[in-house]
Design a protein around this ligand. Structure first.
Ligand code: SOE
Length: 366
């Protein structure tokens, strides 16, 4: 059985997921057969070029018929377009992968998760960093009790593409289109890893900040207001008694795509950085200091499908792992995580941070 895939969105995430689909047959031979059937977008010329480059059989400028025709629908559009097409797909019984954050508002995320629960088909919220082999190795060590009971989590996601005040306005800087700034775009990744490795967050206190209030629109003299956060910082309590800090920024000069986490337990610590994504630093009880583990052995998660030990992987491989796991769940009628329920959970934490920023109070997460 070949799964026909329809994808809305053909720029950065469209390329990342189309690349992943193209790699599956060569490196994951037990993956379901898939066809890149239809690419959906508004600009017909750009769409035709993208369909050719990304290997899609045809294009469409509207999604309504597509979500009923295909076996799986990928919503890779901007955040404000996540809800309606995804809910329509689910109402048609079509499994959906949606990029993160799940939606641009908590209400939309609630509606999407409710539609997913009703449809009872696999859904995915594309938190791809769960599919880094080193992160899965960290999860295995934690679940095996190797670092004992977790006491603290520390996560930060630092980028620097907005340090220059003259960096042009984009849709990610508009609350109507994106919902939030670094909080939803980067912070939800870190919140998801906190949930994946430590557990659910019980309450949180946070602060948002916009450092540059307006930016030039490319190609003209127009200036547009920035209506989302450039960065945030928060501290939280987990339901299991651990505590943590989560922060993200697009203003960290010198940090290109630095998603870093540290977990401290009663018997040791783990440390990971996306800038060295093949490595996990492990400090166990009897170690004098952190040991650098190169997570590229054949029995490490997913690694055996690629190259011999030490032939390191990259950022794009996390999308191949994520697509393999999701499409295998679709083909086998199994559940998948992170699902829309996980996407909603991350969105609720983000909403609590926004509420705390407004009230100055600690907020219980729904
Ligand atoms: C933002 O620049 C971004 O592309 C995020 O949207 C992605 O989710 C993250 O993985 C990399 O940075």
């Amino acid at each position: 059985m070949t799964l026909s895939i329809g994808i809305l969105g053909y720029r950065f995430m469209g390329q990342a997921h189309a690349n992943a689909l193209a790699r599956l047959p060569m490196f994951f031979p037990d993956a379901p057969d898939v066809e890149r059937s239809v690419l959906v977008g508004r600009d017909e010329d750009a769409l035709a070029d993208a369909a050719d480059r990304l290997g899609f059989a045809r294009t469409a400028t509207e999604w309504r018929s597509v979500v009923e025709e295909v076996d799986v629908f990928y919503n890779l559009g901007p955040n404000h377009l996540h809800a309606e097409p995804s809910i329509a797909a689910l109402e048609a019984g079509t499994p959906v992968l949606c990029e993160k954050p799940l939606a641009h508002t908590e209400d939309d995320a609630e509606a999407m998760a409710a539609a997913a629960a009703e449809a009872s088909v696999p859904t995915a919220c594309a938190f791809n960093y769960r599919f880094v082999p080193a992160i899965q190795y960290a999860k295995d060590l934690i679940e095996g009790g190797e670092i004992g009971e977790i006491r603290q989590f520390r996560g930060r996601y630092c980028q620097d593409w907005l340090v220059d005040a003259d960096a042009p306005w984009v849709w990610r800087l508009d609350e109507e289109l994106a919902g939030s700034g670094a909080l939803g775009d980067l912070g939800t990744h870190t919140i998801d890893l906190a949930r994946f490795l430590v557990g659910d967050i019980a309450d949180i206190s946070g602060r948002l900040r916009t450092f540059v209030d307006e930016r030039p629109v490319e190609g003209g003299d127009e200036v547009r207001e920035v209506t989302v956060d450039d960065g945030f910082a928060a501290h939280c309590a987990f339901e299991n008694g651990a505590m943590g800090t989560v922060e993200a920024t697009r203003m960290a000069d010198g940090h290109k795509n630095d998603h870093s986490i540290t977990v401290h337990g009663t018997e040791g610590s783990l440390r990971f950085s996306l800038e060295r994504l093949n490595e996990l630093e492990v400090k166990l009880a009897d170690d004098r200091g952190y040991q650098r583990v190169l997570v590229t052995d054949e029995d490490d998660p997913y690694v055996g499908n690629w190259w011999p030990p030490g032939h390191v992987l990259g950022w794009e491989h996390t999308f191949v792992h994520e697509n393999y796991a999701f499409l295998s769940a679709v083909a086998n009628g199994e559940t998948f995580e992170p699902s829309f329920a996980d996407g909603l959970a991350a969105q609720r934490v983000a909403a609590a941070i926004e509420e705390s920023d407004e009230s100055g109070e600690r907020v219980t997460v729904e």
